[in-house]
Design a protein around this ligand. Sequence first.
Ligand code: AGP
Length: 615
Amino acid sequence: MCGIVGYVGKRSVIPVLLEGLRRLEYRGYDSAGIAIINEGRLEVIRALGKLIQLQEILDSYAARPKGIGLGHTRWATHGEPSQANAHPHRDCTGEVVVVHNGIIENYHALRQELEAQGHVFTSQTDTEVIPHLIEEELKHTNDLLRAVGQALKRVEGAYAIGVLWLRDPKTLVAARNQSPLVIGLGEGENFIASDIPAVLPWTNKVLFLDDGEIALLRAEQCQLFRLDDLTPVTKEPKVVNWDASMAEKAGYKHFMLKEIYEQPQAILNTFRGRLDPETAEVDIPEIQLSPEEIKALNKICILACGTSYHAGLVAKYLLERWAQLPVEVDLGSEFRYRDFLLDERSLVIPISQSGETADTLASLRRARQTGAKAIAICNVLGSTLTRETDGTIYTHAGPEIGVASTKAFTSQLTALLLLTLYFGKIRGHLGQDQARRIIRGLVQLPQQLEGLLQTVHPLIQDMAYDYHRKQHFLYLGRNILFPVALEGALKLKEISYIHAEGYAAGEMKHGPIALIDEDMPVVVLAPRNHHVYEKMISNIEEVRSRRGQILAFGTEGDEALEKLANHTVLLPECEWELSPILYTVPLQLLAYEVAVIRGCDVDQPRNLAKSVTVE
Ligand code: AGP
Protein backbone atom coordinates (compact mmCIF):
# COMPACT_ATOMS: atom_id res chain seq x y z
CA MET A 1 0.00 0.00 0.00
CA CYS A 2 1.10 3.63 -0.43
CA GLY A 3 0.36 6.93 1.24
CA ILE A 4 -1.18 9.87 -0.59
CA VAL A 5 -1.74 13.44 0.63
CA GLY A 6 -3.21 16.57 -0.95
CA TYR A 7 -3.75 20.18 0.11
CA VAL A 8 -5.68 23.18 -1.12
CA GLY A 9 -5.76 26.41 0.88
CA LYS A 10 -3.57 29.33 1.80
CA ARG A 11 -0.55 27.75 3.45
CA SER A 12 2.92 27.20 2.07
CA VAL A 13 2.25 23.81 0.57
CA ILE A 14 5.63 21.99 0.70
CA PRO A 15 5.83 21.76 4.52
CA VAL A 16 2.20 20.59 4.66
CA LEU A 17 2.82 17.82 2.12
CA LEU A 18 6.05 16.68 3.76
CA GLU A 19 4.53 16.53 7.25
CA GLY A 20 1.58 14.60 5.88
CA LEU A 21 3.88 12.13 4.08
CA ARG A 22 6.03 11.74 7.19
CA ARG A 23 2.95 10.58 9.08
CA LEU A 24 2.12 8.08 6.35
CA GLU A 25 5.61 6.71 5.79
CA TYR A 26 4.66 3.50 7.60
CA ARG A 27 2.46 2.78 4.59
CA GLY A 28 5.37 2.61 2.20
CA TYR A 29 8.84 4.02 1.92
CA ASP A 30 10.66 2.99 -1.25
CA SER A 31 10.23 6.37 -2.98
CA ALA A 32 8.33 9.63 -2.52
CA GLY A 33 7.34 12.73 -4.45
CA ILE A 34 5.23 15.88 -4.54
CA ALA A 35 3.50 17.99 -7.19
CA ILE A 36 3.01 21.74 -6.72
CA ILE A 37 1.82 24.63 -8.85
CA ASN A 38 4.47 27.32 -8.67
CA GLU A 39 4.29 30.59 -10.64
CA GLY A 40 2.06 29.08 -13.28
CA ARG A 41 4.08 25.89 -13.64
CA LEU A 42 3.10 22.38 -12.51
CA GLU A 43 6.25 21.02 -10.91
CA VAL A 44 6.92 17.42 -9.82
CA ILE A 45 9.80 16.58 -7.48
CA ARG A 46 10.49 12.88 -6.74
CA ALA A 47 13.18 10.87 -4.97
CA LEU A 48 14.09 7.19 -4.68
CA GLY A 49 14.38 5.90 -1.11
CA LYS A 50 12.86 7.06 2.14
CA LEU A 51 11.15 10.41 2.60
CA ILE A 52 14.36 11.97 3.93
CA GLN A 53 15.79 11.79 0.41
CA LEU A 54 12.93 13.92 -0.91
CA GLN A 55 13.22 16.24 2.09
CA GLU A 56 16.88 16.88 1.28
CA ILE A 57 16.04 17.83 -2.29
CA LEU A 58 13.25 20.14 -1.15
CA ASP A 59 15.45 21.79 1.50
CA SER A 60 17.42 23.33 -1.36
CA TYR A 61 14.25 24.15 -3.32
CA ALA A 62 14.11 27.93 -3.35
CA ALA A 63 10.41 28.42 -4.05
CA ARG A 64 7.86 28.35 -1.24
CA PRO A 65 4.65 28.14 -3.26
CA LYS A 66 1.35 28.48 -1.45
CA GLY A 67 -2.03 27.06 -2.24
CA ILE A 68 -2.22 23.56 -3.68
CA GLY A 69 -0.26 20.33 -4.02
CA LEU A 70 -0.16 16.52 -3.91
CA GLY A 71 2.27 14.12 -2.24
CA HIS A 72 2.94 10.39 -2.31
CA THR A 73 5.07 7.85 -0.44
CA ARG A 74 5.31 4.54 -2.30
CA TRP A 75 5.14 0.81 -1.55
CA ALA A 76 5.93 -0.60 -4.99
CA THR A 77 3.46 -3.07 -6.46
CA HIS A 78 3.99 -2.61 -10.20
CA GLY A 79 7.33 -1.25 -11.39
CA GLU A 80 10.40 -1.55 -9.19
CA PRO A 81 11.36 1.21 -6.76
CA SER A 82 12.93 3.96 -8.90
CA GLN A 83 12.66 7.70 -9.47
CA ALA A 84 10.81 7.10 -12.74
CA ASN A 85 8.26 4.89 -10.99
CA ALA A 86 7.83 7.25 -8.04
CA HIS A 87 4.57 9.19 -7.89
CA PRO A 88 3.17 11.72 -8.78
CA HIS A 89 2.69 10.73 -12.43
CA ARG A 90 1.79 13.04 -15.31
CA ASP A 91 0.08 12.88 -18.68
CA CYS A 92 1.68 13.79 -22.00
CA THR A 93 0.84 17.49 -21.69
CA GLY A 94 2.49 17.64 -18.29
CA GLU A 95 -0.56 19.56 -17.05
CA VAL A 96 -2.37 16.67 -15.33
CA VAL A 97 -0.79 15.03 -12.29
CA VAL A 98 -1.98 12.09 -10.18
CA VAL A 99 -1.05 10.31 -6.97
CA HIS A 100 -2.51 6.83 -6.43
CA ASN A 101 -2.76 4.14 -3.78
CA GLY A 102 -4.07 0.77 -4.99
CA ILE A 103 -3.73 -1.67 -7.88
CA ILE A 104 -5.17 -1.06 -11.36
CA GLU A 105 -5.99 -4.58 -12.54
CA ASN A 106 -6.62 -3.74 -16.21
CA TYR A 107 -3.68 -1.40 -16.66
CA HIS A 108 -2.02 -3.56 -19.31
CA ALA A 109 -4.98 -3.26 -21.68
CA LEU A 110 -5.46 0.44 -20.92
CA ARG A 111 -1.79 1.17 -21.51
CA GLN A 112 -1.82 -0.63 -24.85
CA GLU A 113 -4.91 1.34 -25.90
CA LEU A 114 -3.39 4.65 -24.83
CA GLU A 115 -0.05 3.91 -26.49
CA ALA A 116 -1.92 3.10 -29.68
CA GLN A 117 -3.45 6.58 -29.39
CA GLY A 118 0.05 8.03 -29.19
CA HIS A 119 0.50 8.40 -25.47
CA VAL A 120 4.07 8.03 -24.27
CA PHE A 121 4.64 6.39 -20.91
CA THR A 122 7.65 7.10 -18.73
CA SER A 123 7.21 4.50 -15.97
CA GLN A 124 6.43 0.81 -15.45
CA THR A 125 3.63 1.58 -13.01
CA ASP A 126 -0.05 0.70 -13.30
CA THR A 127 -0.83 4.20 -11.97
CA GLU A 128 0.44 6.06 -15.01
CA VAL A 129 -2.57 5.08 -17.10
CA ILE A 130 -4.77 7.36 -14.97
CA PRO A 131 -3.34 10.80 -15.96
CA HIS A 132 -3.35 9.74 -19.61
CA LEU A 133 -7.00 8.65 -19.38
CA ILE A 134 -7.84 12.02 -17.81
CA GLU A 135 -5.91 13.80 -20.57
CA GLU A 136 -8.12 12.08 -23.14
CA GLU A 137 -11.27 13.17 -21.32
CA LEU A 138 -10.04 16.79 -21.04
CA LYS A 139 -10.17 16.92 -24.82
CA HIS A 140 -13.97 16.93 -24.45
CA THR A 141 -14.55 18.98 -21.29
CA ASN A 142 -13.00 21.73 -19.18
CA ASP A 143 -14.53 20.25 -16.05
CA LEU A 144 -11.80 18.40 -14.16
CA LEU A 145 -14.29 16.58 -11.92
CA ARG A 146 -16.19 15.27 -14.93
CA ALA A 147 -12.99 14.30 -16.76
CA VAL A 148 -11.69 12.35 -13.78
CA GLY A 149 -15.06 10.67 -13.28
CA GLN A 150 -15.20 9.58 -16.90
CA ALA A 151 -11.61 8.34 -16.85
CA LEU A 152 -12.17 6.25 -13.73
CA LYS A 153 -15.10 4.47 -15.36
CA ARG A 154 -12.45 2.74 -17.53
CA VAL A 155 -10.44 1.62 -14.51
CA GLU A 156 -10.85 -1.79 -12.79
CA GLY A 157 -9.26 -2.38 -9.43
CA ALA A 158 -8.46 -0.50 -6.26
CA TYR A 159 -7.63 3.20 -6.11
CA ALA A 160 -7.50 6.24 -3.91
CA ILE A 161 -6.32 9.13 -6.05
CA GLY A 162 -5.62 12.86 -5.95
CA VAL A 163 -5.59 14.85 -9.21
CA LEU A 164 -4.43 18.36 -10.13
CA TRP A 165 -4.69 20.17 -13.48
CA LEU A 166 -2.61 23.22 -14.31
CA ARG A 167 -5.52 24.86 -16.12
CA ASP A 168 -7.69 24.73 -13.01
CA PRO A 169 -5.05 25.52 -10.38
CA LYS A 170 -7.42 26.00 -7.48
CA THR A 171 -9.13 22.62 -7.75
CA LEU A 172 -8.14 19.26 -6.30
CA VAL A 173 -10.17 16.19 -7.29
CA ALA A 174 -10.04 12.97 -5.26
CA ALA A 175 -11.75 9.60 -5.73
CA ARG A 176 -11.87 6.24 -4.02
CA ASN A 177 -12.53 2.61 -4.80
CA GLN A 178 -11.41 -0.06 -2.26
CA SER A 179 -8.43 1.98 -1.03
CA PRO A 180 -8.89 4.30 1.93
CA LEU A 181 -9.21 8.07 1.49
CA VAL A 182 -10.00 10.64 4.15
CA ILE A 183 -10.82 14.33 3.63
CA GLY A 184 -9.63 16.82 6.26
CA LEU A 185 -11.89 19.87 6.59
CA GLY A 186 -10.13 23.08 7.65
CA GLU A 187 -10.99 26.78 7.81
CA GLY A 188 -10.33 28.07 4.30
CA GLU A 189 -8.37 24.94 3.49
CA ASN A 190 -8.97 21.26 2.82
CA PHE A 191 -6.85 18.12 2.80
CA ILE A 192 -6.92 14.57 1.41
CA ALA A 193 -4.94 11.65 2.82
CA SER A 194 -4.77 7.85 2.85
CA ASP A 195 -5.11 7.88 6.59
CA ILE A 196 -6.12 10.19 9.43
CA PRO A 197 -2.62 10.88 10.83
CA ALA A 198 -1.69 12.99 7.81
CA VAL A 199 -4.36 15.65 8.45
CA LEU A 200 -4.28 15.75 12.27
CA PRO A 201 -1.72 18.59 12.60
CA TRP A 202 -4.23 20.92 10.95
CA THR A 203 -7.70 19.55 11.55
CA ASN A 204 -9.50 16.76 13.36
CA LYS A 205 -12.70 17.23 11.35
CA VAL A 206 -12.83 14.58 8.65
CA LEU A 207 -15.01 12.96 6.02
CA PHE A 208 -14.44 9.44 4.76
CA LEU A 209 -14.94 8.81 1.07
CA ASP A 210 -16.70 5.54 0.30
CA ASP A 211 -16.13 3.28 -2.71
CA GLY A 212 -17.46 4.86 -5.90
CA GLU A 213 -17.31 8.43 -4.59
CA ILE A 214 -15.45 11.42 -5.99
CA ALA A 215 -14.70 14.74 -4.31
CA LEU A 216 -14.10 18.28 -5.54
CA LEU A 217 -12.00 20.35 -3.15
CA ARG A 218 -11.13 24.05 -3.20
CA ALA A 219 -9.96 26.29 -0.37
CA GLU A 220 -13.52 27.19 0.61
CA GLN A 221 -15.33 24.23 -0.95
CA CYS A 222 -15.75 20.49 -0.43
CA GLN A 223 -18.32 18.64 -2.50
CA LEU A 224 -18.85 14.88 -2.77
CA PHE A 225 -20.49 13.03 -5.65
CA ARG A 226 -21.30 9.53 -6.79
CA LEU A 227 -18.67 8.59 -9.37
CA ASP A 228 -21.06 6.85 -11.72
CA ASP A 229 -23.49 9.74 -12.30
CA LEU A 230 -22.02 12.69 -10.34
CA THR A 231 -25.11 12.94 -8.14
CA PRO A 232 -24.22 14.93 -4.99
CA VAL A 233 -23.50 13.02 -1.76
CA THR A 234 -24.01 14.56 1.67
CA LYS A 235 -22.08 13.34 4.71
CA GLU A 236 -21.75 14.49 8.28
CA PRO A 237 -18.12 15.33 9.22
CA LYS A 238 -16.62 13.28 12.05
CA VAL A 239 -14.30 14.56 14.78
CA VAL A 240 -11.21 12.43 15.49
CA ASN A 241 -9.66 12.44 18.96
CA TRP A 242 -6.47 10.42 18.40
CA ASP A 243 -3.00 11.47 19.50
CA ALA A 244 -0.25 11.44 16.87
CA SER A 245 1.34 8.15 17.95
CA MET A 246 -1.99 6.29 17.95
CA ALA A 247 -2.79 7.88 14.62
CA GLU A 248 0.18 6.36 12.79
CA LYS A 249 -1.14 2.98 13.88
CA ALA A 250 -4.58 4.03 12.67
CA GLY A 251 -5.86 3.83 16.23
CA TYR A 252 -4.37 0.41 16.99
CA LYS A 253 -2.11 0.10 20.02
CA HIS A 254 0.62 -1.66 18.04
CA PHE A 255 1.53 -2.15 14.40
CA MET A 256 1.30 -5.91 14.98
CA LEU A 257 -2.36 -5.66 15.96
CA LYS A 258 -3.07 -3.37 13.04
CA GLU A 259 -1.41 -5.87 10.70
CA ILE A 260 -3.37 -8.79 12.19
CA TYR A 261 -6.54 -6.86 11.40
CA GLU A 262 -5.27 -5.98 7.91
CA GLN A 263 -5.11 -9.66 6.94
CA PRO A 264 -8.53 -9.83 5.24
CA GLN A 265 -7.46 -6.98 2.94
CA ALA A 266 -3.95 -8.38 2.46
CA ILE A 267 -5.35 -11.78 1.42
CA LEU A 268 -7.84 -10.10 -0.92
CA ASN A 269 -5.09 -7.95 -2.43
CA THR A 270 -2.95 -11.06 -2.96
CA PHE A 271 -5.54 -13.11 -4.86
CA ARG A 272 -7.27 -10.16 -6.56
CA GLY A 273 -6.69 -10.21 -10.32
CA ARG A 274 -5.19 -13.71 -10.16
CA LEU A 275 -8.35 -15.83 -10.09
CA ASP A 276 -11.81 -15.85 -11.65
CA PRO A 277 -14.42 -17.31 -9.26
CA GLU A 278 -16.82 -17.91 -12.16
CA THR A 279 -14.50 -19.95 -14.36
CA ALA A 280 -12.26 -21.20 -11.52
CA GLU A 281 -9.34 -20.09 -13.65
CA VAL A 282 -6.12 -19.03 -11.93
CA ASP A 283 -3.70 -16.77 -13.77
CA ILE A 284 -0.22 -16.03 -12.43
CA PRO A 285 1.69 -14.28 -15.23
CA GLU A 286 4.75 -13.94 -12.99
CA ILE A 287 5.35 -17.70 -13.41
CA GLN A 288 7.56 -17.82 -16.46
CA LEU A 289 7.34 -21.60 -16.88
CA SER A 290 5.52 -23.15 -19.84
CA PRO A 291 2.88 -25.83 -19.23
CA GLU A 292 5.36 -28.35 -20.63
CA GLU A 293 8.03 -27.27 -18.15
CA ILE A 294 5.51 -27.44 -15.31
CA LYS A 295 4.45 -30.95 -16.36
CA ALA A 296 8.11 -32.00 -16.62
CA LEU A 297 8.99 -30.87 -13.08
CA ASN A 298 10.40 -33.69 -10.97
CA LYS A 299 10.66 -31.91 -7.61
CA ILE A 300 9.91 -28.71 -5.75
CA CYS A 301 12.34 -27.44 -3.13
CA ILE A 302 11.09 -24.69 -0.85
CA LEU A 303 13.68 -22.58 0.99
CA ALA A 304 12.84 -20.15 3.80
CA CYS A 305 13.42 -19.14 7.41
CA GLY A 306 11.18 -18.60 10.42
CA THR A 307 7.57 -17.86 9.67
CA SER A 308 8.21 -18.09 5.93
CA TYR A 309 9.53 -21.62 6.50
CA HIS A 310 6.23 -22.51 8.15
CA ALA A 311 4.41 -21.22 5.08
CA GLY A 312 6.57 -23.56 3.01
CA LEU A 313 5.63 -26.51 5.20
CA VAL A 314 1.93 -25.79 4.58
CA ALA A 315 2.61 -25.57 0.85
CA LYS A 316 4.14 -29.07 0.94
CA TYR A 317 0.76 -30.56 1.91
CA LEU A 318 -1.04 -28.54 -0.77
CA LEU A 319 1.37 -29.21 -3.64
CA GLU A 320 1.74 -32.92 -2.89
CA ARG A 321 -2.05 -33.28 -2.82
CA TRP A 322 -3.00 -31.25 -5.88
CA ALA A 323 0.14 -31.03 -8.04
CA GLN A 324 1.32 -34.57 -7.23
CA LEU A 325 4.89 -33.31 -6.95
CA PRO A 326 7.52 -34.36 -4.40
CA VAL A 327 8.09 -31.31 -2.21
CA GLU A 328 11.08 -30.74 0.03
CA VAL A 329 11.04 -27.82 2.48
CA ASP A 330 14.26 -26.75 4.13
CA LEU A 331 15.57 -23.99 6.34
CA GLY A 332 17.76 -21.50 4.50
CA SER A 333 20.45 -21.92 7.13
CA GLU A 334 20.51 -25.72 6.70
CA PHE A 335 19.97 -26.23 2.98
CA ARG A 336 23.03 -24.24 2.01
CA TYR A 337 25.34 -26.75 3.73
CA ARG A 338 23.66 -29.90 2.48
CA ASP A 339 24.53 -32.19 -0.42
CA PHE A 340 21.09 -31.63 -1.92
CA LEU A 341 19.84 -33.28 -5.11
CA LEU A 342 18.40 -30.87 -7.66
CA ASP A 343 18.62 -30.57 -11.43
CA GLU A 344 17.24 -28.50 -14.31
CA ARG A 345 13.83 -30.18 -13.94
CA SER A 346 13.60 -29.05 -10.31
CA LEU A 347 11.87 -25.89 -9.15
CA VAL A 348 13.19 -23.92 -6.18
CA ILE A 349 10.70 -21.67 -4.35
CA PRO A 350 12.36 -19.25 -1.91
CA ILE A 351 9.81 -17.60 0.39
CA SER A 352 10.65 -14.34 2.13
CA GLN A 353 8.63 -11.35 3.34
CA SER A 354 11.61 -9.00 3.14
CA GLY A 355 13.41 -10.60 0.21
CA GLU A 356 16.67 -9.84 2.05
CA THR A 357 17.14 -12.81 4.43
CA ALA A 358 20.77 -13.82 4.08
CA ASP A 359 20.29 -17.55 4.75
CA THR A 360 17.53 -17.83 2.20
CA LEU A 361 19.50 -15.91 -0.40
CA ALA A 362 22.62 -18.00 0.17
CA SER A 363 20.67 -21.23 -0.25
CA LEU A 364 18.98 -19.98 -3.39
CA ARG A 365 22.34 -19.10 -4.95
CA ARG A 366 23.68 -22.60 -4.28
CA ALA A 367 20.49 -24.21 -5.59
CA ARG A 368 20.63 -22.20 -8.82
CA GLN A 369 24.03 -23.72 -9.61
CA THR A 370 22.26 -27.00 -10.38
CA GLY A 371 20.28 -25.42 -13.23
CA ALA A 372 17.06 -25.55 -11.20
CA LYS A 373 14.48 -22.88 -12.00
CA ALA A 374 13.35 -20.50 -9.22
CA ILE A 375 10.13 -18.66 -8.43
CA ALA A 376 10.08 -16.42 -5.34
CA ILE A 377 7.19 -15.63 -3.01
CA CYS A 378 7.97 -12.15 -1.67
CA ASN A 379 6.35 -9.04 -0.24
CA VAL A 380 8.87 -6.39 -1.25
CA LEU A 381 9.04 -5.41 -4.93
CA GLY A 382 12.56 -5.16 -6.24
CA SER A 383 14.16 -6.74 -3.16
CA THR A 384 17.34 -8.79 -3.64
CA LEU A 385 15.51 -12.11 -3.74
CA THR A 386 13.23 -10.98 -6.57
CA ARG A 387 16.23 -10.07 -8.70
CA GLU A 388 17.72 -13.55 -8.41
CA THR A 389 14.80 -15.72 -9.48
CA ASP A 390 13.06 -16.43 -12.80
CA GLY A 391 9.89 -14.80 -11.47
CA THR A 392 8.23 -13.57 -8.29
CA ILE A 393 4.71 -14.06 -7.04
CA TYR A 394 4.26 -10.94 -4.93
CA THR A 395 2.15 -10.96 -1.80
CA HIS A 396 0.35 -7.63 -1.76
CA ALA A 397 0.30 -7.39 2.04
CA GLY A 398 1.77 -3.89 2.12
CA PRO A 399 4.55 -2.90 4.50
CA GLU A 400 4.77 -5.15 7.57
CA ILE A 401 6.21 -3.01 10.36
CA GLY A 402 5.80 -5.34 13.33
CA VAL A 403 8.81 -7.65 13.70
CA ALA A 404 6.50 -10.62 14.21
CA SER A 405 5.20 -11.59 10.78
CA THR A 406 1.41 -11.86 10.53
CA LYS A 407 -0.27 -10.51 7.37
CA ALA A 408 2.78 -11.46 5.31
CA PHE A 409 2.42 -15.08 6.47
CA THR A 410 -1.25 -15.44 5.57
CA SER A 411 -0.55 -13.65 2.29
CA GLN A 412 2.24 -16.15 1.60
CA LEU A 413 -0.22 -18.98 2.26
CA THR A 414 -2.62 -17.33 -0.18
CA ALA A 415 0.04 -17.02 -2.86
CA LEU A 416 1.16 -20.63 -2.35
CA LEU A 417 -2.43 -21.83 -2.63
CA LEU A 418 -2.77 -19.94 -5.92
CA LEU A 419 0.45 -21.58 -7.12
CA THR A 420 -0.95 -25.00 -6.11
CA LEU A 421 -4.17 -24.39 -8.04
CA TYR A 422 -2.19 -23.20 -11.08
CA PHE A 423 0.16 -26.19 -11.08
CA GLY A 424 -2.56 -28.67 -10.13
CA LYS A 425 -4.72 -27.72 -13.11
CA ILE A 426 -1.81 -27.74 -15.58
CA ARG A 427 -0.52 -31.08 -14.30
CA GLY A 428 -4.04 -32.52 -14.52
CA HIS A 429 -4.49 -33.49 -10.88
CA LEU A 430 -6.93 -30.76 -9.86
CA GLY A 431 -10.38 -31.10 -11.37
CA GLN A 432 -12.74 -28.21 -12.09
CA ASP A 433 -15.04 -29.08 -9.17
CA GLN A 434 -12.19 -29.19 -6.68
CA ALA A 435 -10.80 -25.93 -8.03
CA ARG A 436 -14.22 -24.27 -7.75
CA ARG A 437 -14.60 -25.54 -4.19
CA ILE A 438 -11.25 -24.14 -3.09
CA ILE A 439 -11.63 -20.84 -4.95
CA ARG A 440 -15.12 -20.33 -3.56
CA GLY A 441 -13.68 -20.80 -0.05
CA LEU A 442 -10.77 -18.46 -0.77
CA VAL A 443 -13.01 -15.68 -2.09
CA GLN A 444 -15.16 -15.92 1.04
CA LEU A 445 -12.16 -15.98 3.36
CA PRO A 446 -11.56 -12.19 3.79
CA GLN A 447 -15.11 -11.66 4.97
CA GLN A 448 -14.95 -14.78 7.15
CA LEU A 449 -11.79 -13.43 8.76
CA GLU A 450 -13.38 -10.01 9.35
CA GLY A 451 -16.11 -11.76 11.32
CA LEU A 452 -13.71 -14.03 13.11
CA LEU A 453 -11.56 -11.15 14.31
CA GLN A 454 -14.58 -9.50 15.89
CA THR A 455 -16.02 -12.61 17.56
CA VAL A 456 -12.85 -14.41 18.60
CA HIS A 457 -10.65 -11.58 19.84
CA PRO A 458 -12.51 -11.07 23.16
CA LEU A 459 -12.34 -14.82 23.84
CA ILE A 460 -8.60 -14.78 23.20
CA GLN A 461 -8.16 -11.88 25.61
CA ASP A 462 -9.77 -14.00 28.35
CA MET A 463 -7.58 -16.98 27.44
CA ALA A 464 -4.45 -14.79 27.45
CA TYR A 465 -5.28 -13.44 30.88
CA ASP A 466 -5.64 -16.94 32.35
CA TYR A 467 -2.34 -18.23 30.98
CA HIS A 468 0.02 -15.27 30.64
CA ARG A 469 2.07 -16.26 33.69
CA LYS A 470 2.88 -19.76 32.37
CA GLN A 471 6.53 -20.49 31.58
CA HIS A 472 5.99 -23.11 28.89
CA PHE A 473 3.44 -23.82 26.17
CA LEU A 474 3.01 -26.75 23.82
CA TYR A 475 1.24 -26.32 20.47
CA LEU A 476 -0.09 -29.46 18.75
CA GLY A 477 -1.39 -29.89 15.23
CA ARG A 478 -1.64 -32.64 12.64
CA ASN A 479 -1.27 -32.77 8.87
CA ILE A 480 -1.68 -29.34 7.26
CA LEU A 481 -2.10 -27.73 10.70
CA PHE A 482 1.19 -29.07 12.09
CA PRO A 483 3.06 -26.09 10.52
CA VAL A 484 0.42 -23.80 12.08
CA ALA A 485 1.29 -25.27 15.48
CA LEU A 486 4.92 -24.37 14.78
CA GLU A 487 3.91 -20.86 13.72
CA GLY A 488 1.69 -20.32 16.77
CA ALA A 489 4.54 -21.32 19.05
CA LEU A 490 6.97 -19.04 17.22
CA LYS A 491 4.60 -16.07 17.55
CA LEU A 492 4.25 -16.62 21.30
CA LYS A 493 7.93 -17.08 22.03
CA GLU A 494 9.19 -14.21 19.89
CA ILE A 495 6.98 -11.50 21.39
CA SER A 496 6.14 -12.72 24.93
CA TYR A 497 9.46 -14.51 25.63
CA ILE A 498 7.57 -17.54 26.99
CA HIS A 499 9.14 -20.85 25.93
CA ALA A 500 6.77 -22.50 23.43
CA GLU A 501 7.15 -25.55 21.23
CA GLY A 502 5.12 -26.59 18.23
CA TYR A 503 4.84 -30.33 17.72
CA ALA A 504 3.19 -32.83 15.41
CA ALA A 505 0.46 -34.15 17.71
CA GLY A 506 1.28 -37.73 16.78
CA GLU A 507 4.77 -37.17 18.17
CA MET A 508 3.51 -36.50 21.70
CA LYS A 509 3.92 -40.15 22.74
CA HIS A 510 7.52 -40.11 21.50
CA GLY A 511 8.73 -37.71 24.17
CA PRO A 512 6.92 -34.42 24.77
CA ILE A 513 4.19 -36.16 26.76
CA ALA A 514 6.70 -36.30 29.59
CA LEU A 515 6.30 -32.54 29.88
CA ILE A 516 2.57 -32.62 30.51
CA ASP A 517 1.29 -31.56 33.90
CA GLU A 518 -1.21 -29.03 35.30
CA ASP A 519 1.30 -26.24 34.62
CA MET A 520 1.57 -26.96 30.90
CA PRO A 521 -0.98 -25.22 28.67
CA VAL A 522 -1.38 -27.25 25.48
CA VAL A 523 -2.82 -25.46 22.44
CA VAL A 524 -4.54 -27.95 20.15
CA LEU A 525 -5.83 -27.35 16.62
CA ALA A 526 -8.73 -29.69 15.85
CA PRO A 527 -11.05 -28.74 12.97
CA ARG A 528 -13.86 -31.31 12.87
CA ASN A 529 -13.81 -31.78 9.09
CA HIS A 530 -10.15 -32.83 8.94
CA HIS A 531 -9.48 -36.51 8.30
CA VAL A 532 -7.17 -36.58 11.34
CA TYR A 533 -9.77 -35.13 13.74
CA GLU A 534 -10.32 -38.36 15.67
CA LYS A 535 -6.56 -38.73 16.09
CA MET A 536 -6.42 -35.19 17.49
CA ILE A 537 -9.17 -36.05 19.95
CA SER A 538 -7.10 -39.04 21.12
CA ASN A 539 -4.11 -36.76 21.65
CA ILE A 540 -6.28 -34.36 23.63
CA GLU A 541 -7.44 -37.24 25.81
CA GLU A 542 -3.77 -38.19 26.41
CA VAL A 543 -3.01 -34.63 27.58
CA ARG A 544 -6.15 -34.46 29.68
CA SER A 545 -5.36 -37.72 31.46
CA ARG A 546 -2.10 -36.13 32.60
CA ARG A 547 -3.83 -33.00 33.87
CA GLY A 548 -2.56 -30.85 31.04
CA GLN A 549 -4.44 -27.55 30.45
CA ILE A 550 -6.11 -27.77 27.04
CA LEU A 551 -6.64 -24.63 24.93
CA ALA A 552 -8.62 -25.99 21.99
CA PHE A 553 -9.30 -24.34 18.63
CA GLY A 554 -11.98 -26.17 16.68
CA THR A 555 -15.15 -25.95 14.59
CA GLU A 556 -18.31 -24.09 15.55
CA GLY A 557 -20.76 -26.48 17.22
CA ASP A 558 -18.16 -29.01 18.33
CA GLU A 559 -19.55 -29.68 21.81
CA ALA A 560 -17.44 -32.81 22.22
CA LEU A 561 -14.30 -30.72 21.94
CA GLU A 562 -15.64 -28.14 24.37
CA LYS A 563 -16.22 -30.87 26.96
CA LEU A 564 -12.59 -31.99 26.69
CA ALA A 565 -10.91 -28.57 26.85
CA ASN A 566 -10.27 -26.04 29.60
CA HIS A 567 -10.72 -23.23 27.08
CA THR A 568 -12.27 -23.56 23.61
CA VAL A 569 -12.38 -21.12 20.71
CA LEU A 570 -14.61 -22.32 17.90
CA LEU A 571 -14.11 -21.11 14.34
CA PRO A 572 -16.30 -21.29 11.24
CA GLU A 573 -15.97 -24.44 9.15
CA CYS A 574 -13.69 -23.96 6.16
CA GLU A 575 -12.03 -25.96 3.39
CA TRP A 576 -9.05 -28.10 4.40
CA GLU A 577 -6.81 -26.02 2.14
CA LEU A 578 -7.80 -22.75 3.87
CA SER A 579 -7.64 -24.00 7.45
CA PRO A 580 -3.98 -22.93 7.95
CA ILE A 581 -4.98 -19.31 7.30
CA LEU A 582 -8.09 -19.45 9.46
CA TYR A 583 -6.39 -21.20 12.41
CA THR A 584 -3.30 -19.00 12.38
CA VAL A 585 -5.19 -15.77 13.10
CA PRO A 586 -6.41 -16.66 16.63
CA LEU A 587 -2.92 -17.91 17.48
CA GLN A 588 -1.49 -14.56 16.39
CA LEU A 589 -4.01 -12.83 18.65
CA LEU A 590 -3.15 -15.17 21.56
CA ALA A 591 0.56 -14.35 21.26
CA TYR A 592 -0.23 -10.64 20.95
CA GLU A 593 -2.55 -10.48 23.98
CA VAL A 594 -0.19 -12.52 26.19
CA ALA A 595 2.72 -10.26 25.23
CA VAL A 596 0.68 -7.12 25.95
CA ILE A 597 -0.34 -8.36 29.40
CA ARG A 598 3.31 -9.23 30.10
CA GLY A 599 4.31 -5.69 29.13
CA CYS A 600 6.56 -6.81 26.27
CA ASP A 601 7.63 -4.60 23.37
CA VAL A 602 5.27 -6.19 20.88
CA ASP A 603 6.41 -4.38 17.74
CA GLN A 604 10.13 -4.56 18.47
CA PRO A 605 10.79 -7.65 20.62
CA ARG A 606 14.22 -7.94 22.27
CA ASN A 607 17.10 -9.44 20.26
CA LEU A 608 15.06 -9.56 17.00
CA ALA A 609 15.15 -7.65 13.71
CA LYS A 610 12.49 -7.41 11.04
CA SER A 611 14.85 -8.62 8.36
CA VAL A 612 17.83 -10.85 9.21
CA THR A 613 20.31 -9.79 6.56
CA VAL A 614 23.25 -11.43 8.34
CA GLU A 615 24.09 -15.15 8.40
C1 AGP B 1 8.60 -14.10 12.00
O1 AGP B 1 7.63 -13.61 12.90
C2 AGP B 1 10.00 -13.66 12.36
N1 AGP B 1 10.08 -12.25 12.39
C3 AGP B 1 11.07 -14.33 11.50
O2 AGP B 1 11.02 -15.70 11.78
C4 AGP B 1 10.94 -14.17 9.97
O3 AGP B 1 9.84 -14.91 9.49
C5 AGP B 1 12.22 -14.73 9.32
O4 AGP B 1 13.31 -13.95 9.75
C6 AGP B 1 12.17 -14.74 7.79
O5 AGP B 1 12.06 -13.42 7.31
P1 AGP B 1 11.68 -13.21 5.75
O6 AGP B 1 10.32 -13.76 5.55
O7 AGP B 1 11.75 -11.74 5.54
O8 AGP B 1 12.70 -13.97 4.94
